[in-house]
Write a protein that binds this ligand. Sequence first.
Ligand code: SF4
Ligand code: SF4
Length: 365
Amino acid sequence: MQSLTPEEQRRTAGFFTTEISHRVKRPLRLMEVCGTHTVAIFKAGIRQLLPAGVELVSGPGCPVCVTPNEYLDTAIAYSRQPNVILTTFGDMLRVPGSSSSLLVEKAAGADIRIVYSPLESLDIARDYPDKQVIFLAVGFETTAPTAAATVLTAARADLKNFSVLSSHKLVPPALQALLDRPGVRVDGFLLPGHVSAVIGVEPYRFLQRNFGIPAVIAGFDPLDILQSVYMLVRQLEDGAAKLENQYSRIVPAAGNPAACKLLEQVYQPADTVWRGLGMIPSSGLVLRPGYSAFDSRSKLPVVVEPASEPKGCRCGEILQGSIKPTACPLFGRSCTPDHPVGSCMVSVEGTCAAWHKYGAGRWQL
Ligand code: SF4
Ligand code: SF4
């Protein structure tokens, strides 16, 4: 829809919003799983365009938010080791761990470097052969293939001083775990576009089969989101529960087989802990035994402090879509993007951060 003129876009948006309003006959709770959708919804004012009965709630779709304290504490413990260089995407620096953060450790002298691609870590490893370079591999199916390619490159180059601390997570098992919980009410899902570009359509089929819940793989333009909401509303009001792909211009039904093959070659699924959701079976990716030389945990054992959660923080409930950020007593008071108490206030895609940045004055919505 990017090729539409502004006038055509306006008319198309008008069509979707009118259709949604006409069709909705009961309150509907739709979850946008992905943090990028949360931000796009705020930026485009989509909540204000929807009838009062359609509620949009955020889900566990920001990798920074769902990374548990135990992982951060392990990264912090590594950063305190002599002869270790940590490489990470910038967002992770400010996430509070149990008693410190990587930013605090960096200020205290730890060698922590921000990279834009995991491959940059290999250059650092080559430049510092007497140091151990650890890449903090955090992300969903979207970023995991690049980390897998990095491991393969390191293996081919026989780089002995590079490893990854993996916290890669898989989206479909998290949705399954969410729906298995008593009390979670979601009428339909806006599914993440980038993750789907890698895994394709089929991994979400259980939503329809096991739960009878409509789902739409959604793009990120305002019109993509409005159309996806319309597709969900249409299904719900017709009593259907289909899996549809609004973002087919980017998401092929089969996903990206080359990326999936990379994942399959380097990683295997494992039970893993999500912040707010706890342990979810087969929802994480760990290196296959053949690549254990590149697995920080097997290669460089480290003592980690017992994990604890920040007092009063309600990230766990926010990540399940049970409450909105404004229900957290710390929101906008002791917890702000400049001084985040919980992980949801850190990343630009974090639900609390998005509400704080874009919801000012409209927090009652
Ligand atoms: S990787 Fe992109 S599409 Fe996937 S959940 Fe994160 S922000 Fe959303
Ligand atoms: S406002 Fe801050 S403390 Fe409260 S849930 Fe969000 S991130 Fe956690």
